[in-house]
Design a protein around this ligand. Structure first.
Ligand code: TMP
Length: 236
């Protein structure tokens, strides 16, 4: 499948059309941003790691019965995906306190939660992706109530599967963000975007060392090494 017309450029990926109107090509970049784009940088070979790790997770999740946009890996930085209209909601699932949850609720980081916490954020650059609830989603008509129920169920299923899978590879799944899309025509709700060290928090089980984008966000050093370590533990 050849790359067709350029469609869209996000902070970390470019999307192209293909000859098939139902498929796009996603190309993963090394560009990194944080804090709503205020902090900018490059993480060498991040695009490769995020493409390969996302493809790996999408394949495993399909086997678990979670429908995803993944079609096939094209090369180290590119995959073919099903064309979708992205639902403008980011679902965050958390197993351990960290990041904005710790800050918002005045909690220390690293406290294991009794049950997963699911949060919704409105994907809006102007509003800086605010935290929203189910009433806000109905008010803004961001998704149908049944779609929201399905997204929540799928997010918890993804969490159950990935938590166990990563634990066996000495990684604690602290939290992660998912995006969903609706296919043209069929109107099927499927998992989209990426699942990578950019969109998850991964801690080493023994040392609790951070192996994700927090190393870039918080200037912790060893950023490239952390991304490569995740790739090695998952595919190495
Ligand atoms: P948070 O603690 O900053 O709200 O982040 C929760 C999770 O969501 C974390 O695994 C990182 C991921 N995330 C993204 O993928 N994109 C974003 O823009 C933000 C803010 C977080």
């Amino acid at each position: 499948m050849d790359k067709g017309k350029f469609l869209y450029e996000g902070k970390a990926k470019r999307v192209y059309r293909t000859a098939d109107p139902n498929q796009y090509i996603v190309s993963y970049k090394d560009d990194a941003t944080a804090f709503d784009g205020q902090k900018k940088g490059t993480i060498t070979d991040k695009g490769v790691v995020n493409n390969l790790v996302s493809a790996h997770f999408f394949k495993l999740l399909e086997q678990e019965g979670v429908p995803t946009h993944f079609v096939e890996l094209l090369n180290d930085r590119e995959m073919t995906v099903r064309a979708v209209r992205i639902v403008p909601i980011e679902l965050v699932v958390r197993n351990v306190t960290a990041g904005s949850l710790a800050k918002r609720l005045g909690l220390d980081e690293g406290i294991e939660l009794d049950e997963p916490v699911v949060e919704y954020y409105y994907k809006s650059d102007e509003l800086h992706d605010p935290l929203i609830n189910c009433s806000h989603i109905r008010l803004l008509k961001l998704a149908e109530p049944e779609q929201l129920t399905t997204m929540r169920e799928m997010a918890l299923k993804v969490n159950d599967f990935l938590k166990k899978y990563l634990d066996a590879r000495n990684i604690i799944l602290i939290d992660f963000k998912l995006e969903f899309g609706v296919t043209e025509g069929e109107g099927r709700l499927i998992l989209a975007d990426e699942i990578s060290p950019d969109t998850c928090r991964f801690w080493d089980k023994q040392t609790r060392e951070k192996l994700d984008k927090d190393r870039f966000r918080r200037d912790l050093g060893g950023v490239e090494e952390a991304y490569q370590e995740i790739l090695r533990r998952l595919l190495g």
